[in-house]
Every structure is written in C-alpha cells, then in structure tokens.
Design a protein around this ligand. Structure first.
Ligand code: G3H
Length: 249
C-alpha cells in the first residue's frame, strides 16, 4: 500500500481561547480531500487540547507538541503520555528542533521519549533536522542520520511513527528548502531507515517536510517522490493551511 499523505499543523506556543475557536471553526467549514487520501493532524498548545478536540471535526486528529519521557509523577511542569492517552489525544510531536536547541534535548533523550510514547499507544511525529552551520559544513546527512538512528536503535515497529525532516534554517524564516534539497534528504533518510531498521519500514514510513511551507510552495514539494506530506508551523494558523492540505491530490 502507498504512503498516505500526512499534513500536520503545529501551532507552537500561539493562540488565545478565542483565536483557537476561530481557527477550529474555519477548519470545520472547509472542504478537504477524503481521509483515504490525506491524514490531517493539528497540534495546539497543551492547554487548548481538550477544547480543540471537543470542537474539531471528526476527520481531523489532534497532537500534543511534547510529552514526558516516562510515566508521570514528581515532574513539575511536564505532561505525561498517559495523560494524553487519557484525553484521547492520538498523536504527539517529539524532537522538534525548538526543543532540541532551546531545551537541550539530546538525540538519546528524544529516542527515549519516542520509545516511551509509542509504548503507551501514542502515535509520534518525530522531528529531525540540521542547523545552517551544519548544512554549510556539509554535515546535514550525518546530523539527521544520527538523530534518526537514535530513534531506530530503540524502535523497530515504525507503524505509528511519522518522520519529519525540518531543516532549522528553514523554520519560520520564509526560506523554504528547494524541492531538490528536501528530496535529497528524504531519500537519504529512507536509506538510513533501510540500513537501521529494514526495507519494509523504509518503504512504508512517511517522511514529511517542515520549514516555511506555505500555500504557494507546497505543490512542488509534494510532487517529490519521497516527500509524503508536511509539518506546517506559521501557515497552519492561517486559512492557507487548507491549500497545503489540498497538495495531497
Ligand atoms: O513544526 C513546524 C515547523 O517548525 C515549521 O514551522 O512552517 O513556521 O517554518 P514554519
């Protein structure tokens, strides 16, 4: 079976109660390709998850933007995988570069988080990506392979994992990777999965692109053979998110 197109909207640390209701109401009113064609997941901040889940149309799913590395307990400020499961939130984003870089989340820590979240029944959008310095020094593939391998070392069943390639230099900068740049890394990531997990997982795992995706550039990116969808930041807060969803067809 082919890889179903996947579009995630990462709202990051944005929104008020009213703004969130407005975004959901816009999404609820739009026509999008059927669930057979595209899987759509929106990821509001933790505090809005129950509200969004209660208002959002049933063919769209929800994701948290993070969760704790193991069972909850005395970990002030953290939210556990068990809590997300308890709320009926099916997805979680882990390893986003904003957390890797600003909060010093290491490859191993992200690998541990992915493993624990999967073990609790969550589906995971696992993010990898290089900084501008790393790209300019020619270490892009080494960096994203190490990040992916740290997950693959612990996870053999990738059914519930979507891998998101998000070059840090493209996030929130308006400087999107060219389709050729993104395709090159996606294809290498697939090889990395083949070497570290196996051919079947490499062929079936969705690898999505994130970093300044918008309504104007999504079609050309989506046409690349190894780009299976998007993780969208800024544009997911705007009506053009729908145009990005429609890149699935
Ligand atoms: O998770 C989403 C990415 O960080 C992309 O953000 O679309 O605002 O560049 P962006």
């Amino acid at each position: 079976m082919g890889r179903k197109f996947f579009v995630g909207g990462n709202w990051k640390c944005n929104g008020t109660n009213d703004e969130v209701k407005k975004i959901v109401s816009t999404l609820n009113g739009v026509e999008v390709p059927s669930e057979d064609v595209v899987e759509i997941v929106v990821s509001p901040p933790f505090v809005f998850l129950p509200l969004v889940k209660s208002l959002l149309r049933s063919d769209f799913q929800t994701a948290a933007q993070n969760c704790w590395v193991r069972k909850g307990g005395a970990f002030t400020g953290e939210v556990s995988a068990e809590m997300l499961v308890n709320l009926g939130i099916p997805w979680v984003i882990l390893g986003h570069s904003e957390r890797r870089l600003l909060l010093n989340e290491s490859n191993e820590f992200v690998g541990d988080k992915v493993t624990y979240a999967l073990s609790r029944g969550l589906k995971v959008i696992a993010c990898v990506g290089e900084t501008l310095e790393q790209r300019e020094s020619g270490s892009t593939m080494a960096v994203v392979s190490q990040q992916t391998k740290a997950i693959a070392d612990q996870v053999s069943n990738w059914t519930n994992v979507v891998l998101a390639y998000e070059p840090v230099w493209a996030i929130g900068t308006g400087k999107v990777a060219t389709p050729a740049q993104a395709q090159e890394v996606h294809s290498e990531l697939r090889k990395c999965l083949q070497q570290n997990v196996g051919g079947e997982v490499a062929a079936s795992t969705r690898i999505i692109y994130g970093g300044s995706v918008n309504g104007a550039n999504c079609k050309e990116l989506a046409a690349q053979p190894d780009i299976d969808g998007f993780l969208v930041g800024g544009a997911s807060l705007k009506p053009e998110f729908v145009d990005i969803i429609k890149a699935a067809t």
